[in-house]
Design a protein around this ligand. Structure first.
Ligand SMILES: Nc1ncnc2c1ncn2[C@@H]1O[C@H](COP(=O)(O)OP(=O)(O)OP(=O)(O)O)[C@@H](O)[C@H]1O
Length: 277
């Protein structure tokens, strides 16, 4: 039986600013543990909204209403007294544009370990920093300059440093928001290789615009369309034998997005929208 790390129960998110946008319309899903799930769909279909609502990140913005629930294992993410920063430690988030702390490479990784009192001695801290830098395949590139500012690294290296920083607080789930899309192709490939290694050990949920990346990396695929969950399946079945007509259109690059206020806002139009960016 598949072990489920995270569950959404009829999760609905509405932005209530100048215009009301139903970004997610009652999505019920199970994310399997120690696997990588890719969330895909046309622009404006609710991918980022779903990802951010998994660890309550969307609450940073004003005018957002949410109903339903998210369960981490069997504990509610929304109906809980647990402070949100503690929750976000257990469900980490890696953004599209990586931003290192204004600290050294070493301190970028040590920061979370120190704050959460996870190391009793300097030796242990050194060991843990090395462990996490190795996990993201960065150790060999930085071991001789650990005191250099994190910001001096290349964008691809910074993305891996940010991954190491997220892993250092030992999250149960890692949310990755288009983490390769701001990178040059070689850096993107290196980060992708790192994610392929990490998925053996971590539950990763990743938003991607690239179907090729989803095919290469994902164990499971979730397909959203205008805020609705259309189909979820293991990656091979999803691409080789899509069950839903909309999925078939999407995987063949012929998704026609209906003209709605929300699709207008997100830049989609009524013409055929290419599935790949
Ligand atoms: N802060 C906000 N206020 C109002 N509407 C928003 C807000 N954020 C997102 N939306 C709208 O909610 C819908 C879903 O947006 P979301 O960013 O989740 O989609 P997405 O699939 O991640 O899009 P993309 O692929 O373009 O990044 C879109 O119609 C978008 O315009």
């Amino acid at each position: 039986m598949t072990d489920t790390a995270l569950t959404t129960e009829n999760l609905a998110v509405t932005y209530t600013g100048n215009r009301e946008v139903e970004a997610l319309k009652g999505v019920s899903l199970e994310f399997p543990a120690n696997q990588l799930t890719a969330i895909i769909g046309p622009s404006g279909c609710g991918k980022s909204t779903l990802l951010k609502s998994l660890n309550r990140l969307h609450e940073i913005q004003p005018n957002v209403e949410i109903t339903g629930d998210v369960l981490l294992r069997d504990r509610s993410v929304y109906n809980t007294d647990e402070p949100v920063p503690e929750l976000r430690k257990r469900i980490g988030y890696v953004p599209q544009k990586p931003t290192p702390l204004p600290l050294s490479i070493y301190e970028n990784v040590a920061y979370g370990l120190k704050i959460h009192g996870r190391c009793d001695s300097k030796d242990e801290l050194d060991e843990r920093v090395e462990t996490y830098l190795r996990k993201v395949n960065l150790w060999d590139e930085v071991k001789d300059r650990l005191d250099a500012p994190g910001a001096e690294l290349s964008t691809g290296q910074i993305q891996r440093l940010c991954l190491a920083r997220s892993l250092a607080v030992e999250p149960e789930v890692l949310l990755c928001d288009e983490v390769t899309s701001a990178l040059d192709p070689i850096s993107a490939e290196t980060v992708e290789e790192t994610l392929a290694d990490l998925k053996e050990e971590y539950t990763i949920i990743m938003v991607t615009h690239s179907m090729d990346q989803a095919k290469r990396l994902a164990d499971e695929v979730v397909f959203l369309y205008l805020g609705d969950l259309i189909e979820t399946n293991d990656t091979r079945s999803f691409f080789e034998n899509p069950q839903h007509e909309r999925t078939q259109q999407f995987v063949t690059g012929h998704t026609a997005v209906e003209y709605t206020e929300s699709s207008e806002e997100s830049g989609a139009d009524s013409e055929t929208v290419p599935a790949e960016r």
